[in-house]
Write a protein that binds this ligand. Structure first.
Ligand code: ATP
Length: 309
């Protein structure tokens, strides 16, 4: 509880959107999860969260103009609140906080916006209460909250195995330019996985690995990387939303080296040869009637502090 003599403390943390340069999906396991072999990259679209010690818990939300705030739950279902509950239970530390989310990562777009908020909230809580939790504990809590949350902490470019939660950073000295096209209507990740199971009943137990992509990353050549981008969820996502296939064709005809569905979609991402190339693709896609077309570069850092008064 804040007394009259205490000044409320705030901590702000920024966390990036992720894309999957490679997403190999294996046959569904008995526990309902799909084994993954993926390569994540954090790109320069961000959610910022601010956590303030106050007497009454609350959630504030501000969204970029291309995001409908109604798509983000404001109650206990918000993954930021779930992160607070989880870290409080683990550490036994007290505290009542106001959580404010400034959202620029498209919602339900396959770019891990919720995961970014969860990762940012864990880090903010740790710093706000001076807990100095070891990285392993933060990563464990992150994995309990969702498969993509550990990567949101780590950032950069990284390989993810297991359900995607076992994250191993990769060397990536390139600057890769992306154009991202979110959709007005989200696509549910579980629905896309169910559709994968239906389309590929004989999927192999072991997901396809990213060997050729890893070589391309080390080479630093956009065209080589473009050729090795891979997503097993692209076929089910396009089967559910055929217009995504049309969008990918259009982006490639406007000069993108390659377009793919981002994770489970429906956001599509386009690798470009340079910032100038990305601007040309943006102009082409806007001309084709896509209002929201974003430029981002990667890799960028994982969740990090913006201020700590
Ligand atoms: P992933 O790529 O990790 O599968 P996603 O980008 O497809 O995730 P999110 O933006 O994380 O999807 O949103 C998935 C759902 O989570 C939303 O439909 C929303 O109802 C719910 N949700 C809960 N908390 C949040 C949050 N803080 N931000 C966005 N969505 C949230």
């Amino acid at each position: 509880m804040v007394t009259r003599h205490e000044v409320p403390r705030s901590v702000s943390v920024r966390a990036a959107a992720k894309i999957n340069l490679h997403l190999g999906v294996g046959a569904v396991r008995e526990d309902g999860f799909h084994p993954l072999d993926t390569v994540y990259q954090a790109i320069s679209l961000y959610d910022d969260i601010t956590l303030t010690s106050v007497g009454v818990a609350s959630l504030g939300l501000q969204c970029a103009d291309y995001i409908d705030p109604a798509d983000v739950p404001l109650g206990a279902d918000n993954i930021g609140f779930r992160a607070l509950e989880r870290v409080r239970a683990r550490t036994g530390s007290p505290g009542v906080e106001k959580l404010e989310i400034l959202k620029s990562i498209p919602v339900a777009g396959g770019m891990a916006g919720g995961s970014a908020d969860a990762a940012a909230t864990l880090l903010a809580y740790d710093r706000l209460h001076d807990l100095a939790l070891p990285d392993e504990v933060l990563l464990e809590l992150a994995a309990e909250l969702g498969s993509d949350v550990p990567f949101s902490l780590v950032g950069g470019t990284a390989r993810g195995r297991g359900r995607g939660e076992l994250v191993q950073p990769l060397d990536d000295s390139g600057t890769w330019w992306w154009v991202a096209v979110p959709s007005d209507v989200g696509l549910s990740t579980p629905e896309v996985y169910r559709h994968f199971d239906m389309l590929f009943p004989n999927a192999l137990t072991e997901p396809t690995g990213p060997d050729s992509l890893l070589i391309a990353l080390a080479g630093g050549e956009p065209l080589q990387l473009a050729r090795t981008l891979y997503n097993d969820l692209q076929a089910p996502a396009i089967d559910l939303r055929p217009e995504l296939g049309t969008l990918i064709d259009r982006g490639e005809s406007e000069g993108a080296l390659r377009g793919i569905v981002s994770g489970s979609g429906p956001t599509c991402i386009f690798l470009c040869d340079s910032l100038g190339g990305a601007h040309a693709v943006v102009a082409g896609l806007r001309g084709a009637g896509h209002d929201v077309v974003l430029i981002a570069n990667g890799p960028v850092a994982g969740a990090h502090l913006l201020e700590h008064p």
